[in-house]
Design a protein around this ligand. Structure first.
Ligand SMILES: Cc1cc2nc3c(=O)[nH]c(=O)nc-3n(C[C@H](O)[C@H](O)[C@H](O)COP(=O)(O)OP(=O)(O)OC[C@H]3O[C@@H](n4cnc5c(N)ncnc54)[C@H](O)[C@@H]3O)c2cc1C
Length: 502
């Protein structure tokens, strides 16, 4: 029976980050995911690499500082899938006075600047400022009564691709990475765990051994412990659903809006996939039997109302072209209000025999740092090794000193026969690895079957061969967002093709 140093259960961002870090330290790593990678919470986020301005109201200074430091690191190691985004906060003095917002942004800028200095000073974002909300500028798409606001920067991420690229890196460092493989049980036996696995496609059972077991099962963190491992959970988890809607774009500028709601929550309105606006999120407490999460009519109505308070054009349920929901697996700190529960993470170690480490909570933004903290917690059982993941670009993210615009210009010059807009979308997915897909293509016909929505046979084959894609959903909604740009018939064609039809 195969013996691993570390077996990770869960192929969301946290499991992926831990597998990558551990594999790069020379450990023999296995990661199993019961469905597709990022099929749960890690593809359903608001897709921000951010300090979390609103967390300052809850005094989450540790989390905000760590997140702002990570923002700089992530912009550096994955510049194809992560990029700066300017946010505009329209001012409404009866909700939050200007002095309060200025003080919050001052703190945010300064925590960001400190993180920048400590992080080696390689990436800084512009400081926050007051802005006038003009219809052709920072107020694009808003009602004319909003005249003043505040602008600041955070970053945008393609969350599902971040998971897959992190796992590609883990594999490149020697990890064994298995999608559609469920951990059905694990027990301690001597100095290792005996882990039972089920191949979800064939139903085949198998077993492996692992010296260390990591529970990165996200919303299932507690149930994995209690059901599959028969261990009483050391921590409690609060499952808080968050949903997003996608509507035709409400403006054609690049700004994202952070909208204040009368219930004191904030809702984001973000430019999405060029033609759309992404609006989210909600905070609804749920139970495990509600998984997988689905958006409710009440949530759609809430998000439409929040956006319509600000948007010049009413946002209605009929305009919604796509929606998604995810469940935040939050560490239960006893807060009553779901919006107030800490977004920070806890790593709980069980040392009664071979170690078991469970991840409670965690943000996409902090996953890399979380993985480093996991390695620190396991220091007694693994050889000493310096942190390394901040210094190596994720696959496709090594731009060799160029920025994204320079890389794109170079690709456009090298592939003059291909649509320049499509090349930009391809580079946003694959970065420098785009070459592997293009492979000297001279014209569109060289890319193979055109599935619509910007997806061609060559890329689809690459996603199957290199990125573990197996179903239509894997391709349309996680490896790419081409599904959003297709007709129903085109989506069905991709699903059919993935199911084995020609
Ligand atoms: C609405 C919403 C908005 C958010 N916005 C942001 C944001 O803008 N920025 C940010 O930084 N964070 C954001 N977050 C938080 C972030 O998305 C999550 O904290 C993060 O994705 C959690 O990752 P995870 O790996 O712990 O869990 P998951 O992604 O859920 O992964 C856990 C995986 O474990 C697998 N699994 C479970 N049991 C088993 C088993 N027995 N065998 C094998 N596999 C198993 C599951 O299938 C799942 O894929 C948001 C979250 C939500 C819900």
């Amino acid at each position: 029976m195969e013996l691993y140093d570390i077996a990770v259960v869960g192929g969301g961002i946290n499991g992926a980050g831990i597998a990558r870090d551990a594999a790069g330290r020379g450990l023999k790593v296995l990661l199993v995911e019961q469905n597709d990678f990022a099929s749960a919470t890690s593809s359903a986020s608001t897709k921000l690499i951010h300090g979390g301005l609103r967390y300052l109201e809850y005094y989450e200074f540790r989390l905000v500082s760590e997140s702002l430091a990570e923002r700089g690191v992530m912009l550096r190691i994955a510049p194809h899938i992560i990029w700066p985004l300017e946010f505009v906060l329209p001012h409404e003095k009866h909700l939050r006075p200007a002095w309060m917002i200025r003080a919050g942004l001052f703190l945010y800028d300064n925590l960001g600047a400190r993180a920048f200095a400590f992080g080696g000073g390689r990436f800084s974002l512009p400081k926050s400022r007051s802005v006038r909300l003009a219809p052709d500028g920072h107020g694009a798409g808003l009602k004319p009564e909003f005249t003043r606001g505040f602008a600041y920067y955070d970053a945008w991420v393609d969350d599902a691709r971040l998971v897959v690229l992190t796992l590609s890196s883990a594999r490149a460092h020697g990890a064994s990475v298995r999608p559609r493989t469920r951990c059905t049980g694990a027990r301690r036996e001597g100095d290792a765990w005996r882990v039972s696995l089920r191949d979800q496609a064939s139903g085949t059972q198998s077993e492996v051994r692992a010296r260390i077991l990591i529970n990165a099962a996200g919303p299932w963190v507690k149930s994995l412990l209690e059901r599959e491992l028969n261990i009483e959970s050391p921590g409690r988890v609060r499952l808080v659903k968050g949903s997003h809607i996608v509507v035709p774009r409400i403006h054609d500028k690049r700004y994202a809006y952070i909208l204040q709601n009368p219930d004191r929550r904030v809702v984001f309105m973000i430019p999405y996939e060029r033609e759309f606006t992404l609006i989210g999120t909600t905070d609804v407490q749920v139970a495990e039997q509600d998984l997988p999460a689905a958006i409710s009519p009440d949530e759609v109505a809430y998000l439409c109302a929040a956006a319509s308070r600000y948007s010049a054009r009413q946002v209605t349920a009929e305009q919604v072209v796509w929606s998604y929901s995810g469940v935040r697996p939050l560490y239960d700190d006893g807060s009553e209000d779901p919006s107030a529960i800490t977004r920070d993470y806890e790593l709980l170690l069980d040392e009664q025999g071979p170690p078991l480490l469970s991840v409670f909570g965690g943000k996409i933004t902090t996953y890399r740092k979380l993985a480093e903290h996991v390695m620190e917690k396991l220091a007694r059982w693994i050889p000493a090794h310096r942190p390394w993941t901040h210094a190596e670009a994720l696959p496709g993210g090594d731009f060799g000193g160029r920025d994204y615009a320079a890389l794109l210009a170079e690709f456009r010059a090298r592939y003059p026969g291909l649509d320049p807009h499509w090349l930009a979308r391809l580079l946003r997915r694959h970065g420098t690895l785009g070459d592997r897909i293009l492979d000297n293509a001279k014209c569109e016909a060289d890319l193979g079957e055109d599935f619509g929505g910007g997806l061609y046979e060559r890329e689809l084959a690459y996603l199957v061969e290199q990125e573990w894609a197996r179903s239509g959903d894997d391709v349309l909604w996680r490896r790419t967002k081409c599904g959003l740009h297709m007709t129903g018939a085109q989506r069905r064609r991709v699903a059919e093709r993935m199911a084995g039809g020609r």
